[in-house]
Structure formats: C-alpha cells, structure tokens
Design a protein around this ligand. Structure first.
Ligand SMILES: [Zn+2]
Length: 434
C-alpha cells in the first residue's frame, strides 16, 4: 500500500489512505519528511502553508515518525504535459474516436438524471472511457506513437502510458468529462466512475505495521499485520474499528471509507506516464449554444496555420465559480435562462475549480479573462461545513483585497446541494453582495 506520495514541495509527502493526525481524515494533507510537521488542508492554524494552488495550514506534531523516503511514491519520473495546443489536438481526437462513443448507460444518465438535451451532450463532447484503451491510444496517437516512445521525451499526455510495448490509457469505466480552458482548448479530462470503490483507511503514522485492503468490493477486507494475514471479513462502512490482538493490545485502526466519484485522467507512476496537474486544469463553461459556435471557431482557427489563435479568448466581466466541470456545464445553461434579463450584469461564464481548496488556481485566469465581478456558487454546505468554510472566508477576503466585486449565490439546502441540483429543481439562487 502506498502511503506517502511525494509532492512538488521538496521534503513534503501527501498522506494517502491514512488518517491525518491533525484533522483525522484521509486525503490531501501532507507530512514533512522529519515526521514532526503536518500541512493540514482541513484544520486551520496560525500559519498558512504554501500559497500555491492548494491551501493548507502548518501544524507541529509530537512523537512524529520520520518518513521512510525509500518507501514513497514519486511523481518525479512522470512526464510534463504537452503545451495546451498539442494537448488539445490529442484530446479532441480522443473525443471524436469511435472507441469512446458515449455508452447507452452514460447517455441515459446525462439525459434522465442531469436532464441534458441530446444536442448539448454532443456539443459538450461527453464520452465514455473506452473498453479497449489500447485501441483508443493507438487511434489517438497515430504516427506520434513511436516518437512519444522515445525515452528521451519529457512531455506526454495525461492518462496515456506505455504498458509493455503498447501505449494505453489509465482509468476505469465511466463518463469522460472534458475540461476546456479560456481558449476552448481541451486541457484535461475527469472520469465520473461508474463504480465508486471503497478503500480501507488506516493510521500508518501511529501503527505502521498494520495494512488493510478491500479484496472484494464493496466491503470484504483483508487485514495484514507485520506482513502476515491477521483477519479477513466484512467491515461496516464509515465505522472506525480498533484491531486488537489476543492480549488486548491495539495493533491499529481500520475504517472502510468511500472512494471518489470523480478522478483525473492521469497516469502518474506509469512508464512514460503524465500527471493531470501542474498546472491543474480549470474548466470554462459557457452556454451550450455559444459553445457550438466557439467549437467551430476554434476548429477553423487551428486548421489555419496563419491564424492567431488568441482570437478565441473568452473575455467576461462577470463570472461564476463552482467545483467540477459537469456541474458548471449544467448550471450555466440554466443560469443563462433564469437570469436572462440581467445576464450582462451577472455573466454567463462559469469557471470550475477542481475543489474549493484550490481556488487560488483561478487567480491568473480571472486576470486573463478581464473579470470584475465574481459570483461564488460552491455547494451550499461549503459555507457551513466546518472543514470547508475556512477556505470560503479566505477566498472571499482575497478576492475583495484584489478589488473584485464579490457575490455569493445563496439558497436553502433543502432545494439542492449544488447549484446544478438547485436549478434542475426549478429554483434560482439569490445573489448577495459580500
Ligand atoms: Zn489534515
């Protein structure tokens, strides 16, 4: 089990599938190699850590254990992403390849649950993760396959990697959701996986000798202590259990936790693989009718070698921000209707950050797009959830300091969790100036 993942920050490792000693949750928090400092993404402290794209706070911990650097996962061997124009070239081939055609199940989900018209689904280029990724990789790479297989190459395509002697794509069955930048270039994909997999969260910092795995989804677990099988059986989801030996001594803790629904198309730690981030893609969602003509403009632009592709930059005085591209796509079509009489004022562009804690990644884009007004439309629990609200307050403060007009889209949680749910349920958010 891979517990420590090396981050871009030297000497810092992300804790994976093991509880953070500060917030008690897993995922996102980092430990310093000395073992006595934690950069927690959920629990505030006096010291802000890393003003980069992801916000966290520094905490000192006692009795820390030094990170076994030899036993960590490193992304440093991964390739960098191609420049955006080239990435878009590969990704738009992926979006048109017959092997990624939207499956019946996926189009039913988008039409019946998300209430998306068929034309919108086609325009937005939602696809299905291929059943035979090796075939897809071959189609997408075409004559570039050999050049990319040169070990001296330092750039690549997120998700693509070399398996034995063939290119393939890392991922699992699910809907492929494109992330489009401010020039309408596809710079990444998220996969909305069909099956959310459970995993076992342990406390590796306190009990490094206990490991646990789900050997059969959703809840059949194998617990290993000191490399030997200790127990197997069914665990109840969300309940933390102490693992005790015959003398009553605690060997560790286990908790069956739910995995994520959305993953980046990414291939870290794979041969010739490429990570999705660095920088993390931000999605620019606009109403689907406008996207239809923007798509045509971009295509004409890219096929004309003399053109200046900067002509397709989306400028917008007022924008909305939320989390997740699919949500933004759905919401912006409804916003364009619900606010049609004041659309100039509120804006018909929605930016999707991968998460509320990565709001800083939006800052350069706001400048490029000429934004003056921001409507914050993160999930309603973002303002009340104790672990999320610190980001919210810092974000608002920073936006105001930078001179933006800041509004929050507010609604009753009873009417929907996300802005997409709210609008789909026939309600409209209230815009309150902050
Ligand atoms: Zn934490």
């Amino acid at each position: 089990m891979m517990v420590y993942r090396q981050t871009k920050i030297k000497g810092w490792f992300e804790l994976q599938r093991t509880v953070c000693p500060v917030c008690g949750k897993s995922g996102g928090c980092m430990i310093h190699e000395s073992g006595n400092k934690i950069a927690c993404i959920r629990e505030r402290s006096e010291i802000q850590f890393g003003k980069g794209s992801c916000q966290s706070w520094l905490h000192q911990i006692k009795d820390g254990v030094k990170v076994d650097v030899g036993n960590t996962v490193s992304n440093t061997n991964s390739r960098k992403k191609f420049p955006v124009h080239l990435l878009h070239g590969f990704f738009s081939k992926l979006a048109k390849d017959s092997t990624t055609e939207l499956s019946h199940m996926h189009s039913q989900h988008l039409m019946n649950v998300r209430k998306l018209p068929e034309r919108t689904i086609i325009n937005r280029q939602y696809r299905s993760f291929p059943q035979h990724p090796m075939v897809t990789a071959k189609n997408v790479l075409g004559p570039f396959a050999d050049r990319l297989a040169d070990p001296k190459m330092t750039v690549g395509i997120p998700g693509f990697y070399m398996n034995q002697d063939s290119w393939t794509i890392n991922g699992q069955s699910g809907i492929l959701i494109p992330y489009r930048n401010e020039y309408n270039l596809i710079t990444g994909y998220q996969i909305r996986v069909d099956e959310v997999k459970n995993f076992v969260e342990t406390d590796q910092l306190k009990y490094p000798n206990l490991k646990a795995y789900v050997i059969k989804q959703p809840n059949y677990v194998n617990i290993v202590v000191n490399g030997k099988k200790f127990w197997e059986g069914v665990l109840e989801q969300g309940k933390m259990e102490k693992v005790v030996d015959e003398n009553g001594e605690i060997l560790g803790t286990v908790k069956l936790a739910r995995g994520q629904r959305y993953y980046w198309l990414s291939s870290p730690n794979k041969k010739y693989g490429t990570v999705a981030g660095d920088p993390i893609p931000i999605h620019v969602a606009i109403p689907s009718k406008q996207l239809e003509s923007w798509n045509k403009a971009v295509e004409a632009d890219l096929s004309n070698p003399d053109s200046d592709s900067h002509t397709t930059l989306r400028k917008s005085k007022a924008i909305w921000i939320t989390e997740g591209a699919l949500k933004a796509d759905i919401a912006i079509d409804h916003i364009a209707e619900a606010f049609s009489d004041i659309i100039e004022e509120v804006g018909d562009t929605m930016l999707a950050a991968p998460g509320i804690n990565s709001w800083r990644a939006l800052l350069p884009l706001l400048k490029t797009m000429g934004v003056k007004r921001i409507n914050i439309a993160f999930d309603m629990d973002a303002t009340v959830n104790e672990h999320v609200s610190p980001y919210f307050h810092d974000m608002v403060k920073e936006f105001k300091t930078l001179g933006f007009e800041v509004y929050v889209a507010a609604w009753s949680l009873n009417n929907g969790k996300g802005i997409d749910d709210l609008l789909l349920n026939g309600f409209t958010p209230q815009l309150r100036k902050l």
